[in-house]
Design a protein around this ligand. Structure first.
Ligand code: ADP
Length: 299
């Protein structure tokens, strides 16, 4: 079962064009939807999850017409929204039991087994009796996934799940997603490039409501290889370089700006070729990154 989105457009009543002719083909496995804040990711996720209607376009999940058969989609959908509330005074086990009942799993023995399996899968079994009000961000997100997995969805949508998680929790969360199953369509929306790099077999970048790139992350990297160049520049000349070259990112290494540029040919002028990263692809497509990281070389 794959998800096929064709020419989806949405303009909000305030005039913001959140989606512009978005077409994507999402096969089973993990699909990374990458884009800056305001790109339209949540709008797209909510539309696929049948929570809002587009102005134009179509979405097919296998042979289900998503926009016309929302009930059929909801039976096979797991959705972890960007923000969700949990009853703080209930334990993780009670929360899962509650949602399993809502999903129609009425036989108590079956529900008990399912809840235990989900708690194990999301590494929450040891804290199952604790109130979720005391959970860390990462634990809450894992519980959110456990809820989304009730009923064995064929389509799992997770919207910005790693925002605000520390690196350990982020890894744990992403590994959990990666283990979910090869025949499930998993869409991971994120503004964090690293989330996509290792885990996703397919990816797209969306910016200003448009798909600006779609492909296999490795292939995408191959296409840009040999075209990324780097050099350190004096701070005083930074603006000059920015005016002269297509600077895709700037970072500080021990206080000195190091710029990366995209170019088909060697720019000369002290630039050296570098191995591209997915960040380069991203910043090349969505516009230059500001000086945002202060890197100090290990002594
Ligand atoms: P992302 O998830 O990539 O941050 P969103 O889909 O949330 O992007 O938003 C895309 C654009 O649509 C943004 O400019 C946002 O301000 C706007 N937007 C989102 N939801 C609404 C809404 N309900 N009404 C009006 N504008 C909205």
């Amino acid at each position: 079962m794959q998800l096929v989105i064709r020419e989806l457009s949405k303009t909000y009543p305030n005039g913001v064009q959140a989606l512009r002719d978005v077409s994507l083909t999402v096969p089973p496995g993990m699909f990374g939807l990458l884009g800056p804040n305001g790109a339209g990711k949540s709008t797209l996720m909510r539309t696929i999850a049948t929570l809002q209607q587009p102005d134009r376009g179509s979405i097919m999940l296998g042979d289900i017409d998503v926009l016309r058969q929302p009930d059929a989609v909801r039976r096979v959908l797991g959705y972890l929204p960007q923000e969700f509330g949990l009853y703080p005074n209930l334990s993780a086990e009670m929360v899962l039991d509650h949602f399993a009942t809502l999903k129609g799993i009425v036989a108590s023995r079956e529900r008990k087994e399912l809840v235990a399996a989900l708690l194990h899968q999301t590494n929450l079994y040891d804290v199952r009796k604790k109130n979720v009000g005391g959970f860390s961000g990462g634990m809450k997100q894992r519980l959110g996934i456990a809820i989304a997995l009730i009923g064995s969805p064929r389509l799992l949508i997770v919207d910005e799940p790693t925002a605000g998680l520390d690196p350990t929790e982020r890894n744990r969360f992403l590994n959990l997603l990666a283990d979910i199953g090869e025949d499930v369509v998993v869409i991971l929306s994120t503004h964090i490039v690293e989330d996509v790099r290792e885990l996703c077999s397919r990816m797209a970048i969306i910016d200003g409501g448009r798909v600006v790139l779609e492909g296999d992350p490795r292939q995408v990297l191959d296409e840009i290889r040999g075209r990324i160049w780097e050099r350190a520049v004096p701070k005083s000349q930074l603006d000059e370089y920015r005016a002269r070259y297509r600077v895709i990112s700037t970072r500080l290494v021990a206080g000195v700006p190091v710029i990366r540029v995209h170019g088909e040919l060697p720019p000369g002028d002290g630039f050296v070729p570098v191995e591209p990263g997915l960040e380069d692809v991203y910043f090349h497509r969505v516009g230059a990154a500001a000086v945002e990281s202060e890197l100090v070389p290990a002594s």
